[in-house]
Design a protein around this ligand. Structure first.
Ligand code: NAD
Length: 636
């Protein structure tokens, strides 16, 4: 850490375009050296050849994408890096996720400590060597291999670490969030944490879907990479009218998949990562079988005897979404039948798992696609295609709820979380929404002649600034290949909790929540008549909509995981902020971001960053789906 801290100012002072050049050089080197690296990835992580190609491609994409972004948008005076950033990555994408984290942090000007997974340090070391060769100073990027519980945990706790990027399990992410809540950044704010975690990913297939295409997309989604993708399909929901036929086709097609050594070109499914993983997945399948759920396993194997941690892919017919408790990270697909009338209940059940990473729908009815895409909570939605293999800059990737904090990797907001930018700087780079989103409309109409405790002109300026910064509801098309439409949009994040200590703070918090389309639950400071009077005035101004947008938080507790909380806006600093951060981190469920401003910062006009109050969603649609739109067939 000492060496990183020393190197940090030099790398931070390098012009963004020069940092981008270094990353572009590393991308070129990676492409030139791809063959030996692919061999390493196949041997170290057990990946098939096709998956190893995917690793190289994604790593190269990340370096070029983040490099291009800083070269075009960043300048060192306005975008000051965090300092020393810790990047902790998983084994399942030993090159691409490792490189994605590291290159983003470097592009933004940070010094990086990179902690790869225990299982895949060699691939990480090869990537680091390439980045050094391309021109990243040795001190600005250091590889710190070792066990998560010792090396990883010690680095997270280190006072010099000013930001953490983590990809891995939901459980470890929570440990890290709790540890980080114990200290503040040099600027006195909570330490930024980007956590990308697991999923309980579902796909709904209705009776209009093209069965043959469903087979291809389902098998790839569930069993490619031996199911060891965070995006992999875990729960296939088949409309009961077509379930029998569709399942028969799936089972038959699965028998054609070949399990074997990944160095054989004919291999579809390689091993899982280690013996612990193998035993856990087999135990899950045994438990399901013992509970009376029907299990089908793949039978086809290559000619060589299998010597390693192989798990034959399994399809398990289950009777309820409640059978799914935690993520099973392997080649196991659960199948559930549903009736058309129960579709909404089914989606509610999927949402109730608390995860929200990928979701798929196969249907030829536009209304069904639109309805499900609106109702489901998922960061990446896929229509009439598989649910894996998000492409950098095309399908920015990352989930909500238990699946991660955002911002999305390979998306427009990611790098802004790695710098101390001005509030609003991240959202300023994206287009505005067409029309006013609910909440924004209310705010725009607000006539507030007298605000207790706030000057009228100051109040109006705060509202106008928040509306100008607002991007919730924005939606636009990303570049992508012909035959695919890729939409990216910003949605309100959910209930925001506001903890002011002055009327000015309260106004800032309410206005930021509403401008980003979120209801605001205010916990008023005790015995503060000024805040109470302002809150009453704001509720009065909201009229009939007061209960929807400014519900009373009276009697609800911050610590109760049952009260939904998407983000917290806090006025204060020091010990009060630390105490609050610890309470929020101790809650069960998803990691909740705390945005703080001291009263002085608010007085100086620094409001809250609405980037903390939106969710990003990517919707990728296969517009060339064979079979076309069923509406055309029913037109008179
Ligand atoms: P993991 O959580 O066990 O380990 C991830 C990393 O955290 C490793 O480097 C590990 O050494 C480190 N670690 C472990 N304990 C730690 C601690 N106490 N403090 C600090 N670091 C610690 O996960 P894994 O088994 O390597 O990866 C699989 C998981 O990753 C799955 O849950 C998968 O869904 C998830 N994943 C998510 C995404 C995403 O983008 N959302 C992508 C890939 C994988």
């Amino acid at each position: 850490t000492g060496r990183a801290a020393q190197a940090a100012p030099i790398w931070a002072g390098t012009p963004p375009a020069a940092r981008a050049d270094v990353l572009a050089r590393a991308a070129d080197l990676l492409e030139q050296r791809s063959q030996p690296l692919m061999g390493l990835i196949m041997r170290e992580a057990g990946k098939t050849l096709a998956n190893a190609v995917g690793e190289i491609r994604e790593a190269v994409d990340f370096m070029r994408y983040y490099g291009a972004q800083v070269a075009a948008q960043f300048d060192n005076a306005r975008h000051r890096p965090l300092g020393v950033v810790l990047a902790i990555s998983p084994w399942n994408f030993p090159l691409s996720i490792f490189c994605g984290q590291v290159s983003a942090a470097l592009a933004a000007g940070n010094a990086v400590l990179a902690k790869p997974a225990e299982q895949t340090p060699l691939t990480a070391a090869a990537m680091v060597a390439i980045l050094h060769e391309a021109g990243v100073p040795l001190g600005a990027l250091q590889l710190v291999p070792g066990p998560g519980e010792s090396v990883g945990a010690a680095l997270v706790a280190h006072p010099q670490v000013a930001g953490v990027m983590f990809t891995g399990s939901t459980e470890v992410a929570r440990l890290i969030a709790r540890q980080l809540a114990r200290r503040l950044s040099p600027s006195g704010h909570p330490i930024p944490l980007i956590a990308e975690t697991g999923g309980q990913n579902a796909m709904v297939v209705d009776s209009s879907a093209l069965a043959e295409q469903v087979v291809l997309d389902v098998l790839a989604s569930a069993f490619d990479s031996a199911g060891q993708r965070c995006s992999a399909l875990r729960l296939l929901c088949l409309q009961e009218d077509v379930a029998e036929r569709q399942l028969a086709m799936l089972r038959a097609a699965l028998q054609e998949w070949r399990m074997g050594n990944p160095d054989q070109l004919g291999t579809d499914v390689g091993p899982v990562i280690d013996e612990t993983a193998r035993a856990q997945i087999e135990a899950h399948i045994d438990r399901m079988q013992a509970a009376g759920q029907v299990v089908t396993r793949v039978q086809r194997q290559g000619s060589e005897p299998l010597n390693g941690h192989f798990v034959a892919p399994a399809i398990i017919e289950i009777d309820s979404t409640e059978r799914l408790t935690r993520e099973v990270f392997g080649p196991v697909l659960h199948v559930l039948r549903y009736s058309r009338e129960q579709l909404d209940r089914l989606i509610d059940g999927i949402n109730a798992t608390g995860y929200g990473l990928t979701f798929g729908v196969h249907s030829r009815i536009d209304e069904t696609i639109a309805h499900l895409s609106e109702r489901v909570h998922a960061g990446n939605v896929y229509v009439n295609r598989n649910v894996i293999g998000a492409v950098v800059g095309v399908q920015p990737f990352g989930g909500m709820g238990l699946s991660g904090t955002g911002p999305k990797a390979g998306g427009p907001l990611y790098l802004h979380r790695l710098v101390q930018g001005q509030p609003g700087a991240a959202l300023a780079v994206v287009p505005r929404a067409e029309g006013a989103w609910p909440g924004q409309a209310l705010l725009a109409q607000w006539r507030l002649p007298s605000l207790p405790g706030v000057e009228p002109a100051q109040g109006r300026a705060i509202i106008d600034a928040a509306l100008a910064a607002a991007r919730a509801g924005a939606s636009w098309l990303m570049p992508g290949p012909t035959g695919e439409s890729n939409r990216y949009r910003l949605l309100p994040r959910g209930p925001v909790w506001a903890l002011p200590c002055t009327p000015l703070g309260l106004l800032h918090q309410v206005v930021a929540s509403l401008a980003s389309g979120n209801p605001c639950h205010v916990l008023l400071p005790e015995a503060d008549a000024g805040c109470a009077a302002l809150w009453q005035a704001l509720r009065a101004a909201a009229g009939d909509e007061a209960d929807a947008w400014l519900p009373s938080a009276q009697g609800t507790s911050l610590d109760d995981a049952a009260s939904p909380m998407a983000a917290v806006l806090f006025e204060g600093d020091g010990d009060a902020l630390l105490a609050l951060a610890a309470r929020v981190a101790a809650r069960e469920g998803a990691i909740v971001r705390v945005e703080s401003r001291s009263s002085d910062e608010l007085l100086a006009g620094q409001g809250y960053d609405q980037a903390a109050l939106v969710h990003e969603q990517s919707i990728s649609t296969n517009t060339a789906a064979a079979g076309g739109n069923a509406q055309l067939m029913t037109m008179a």
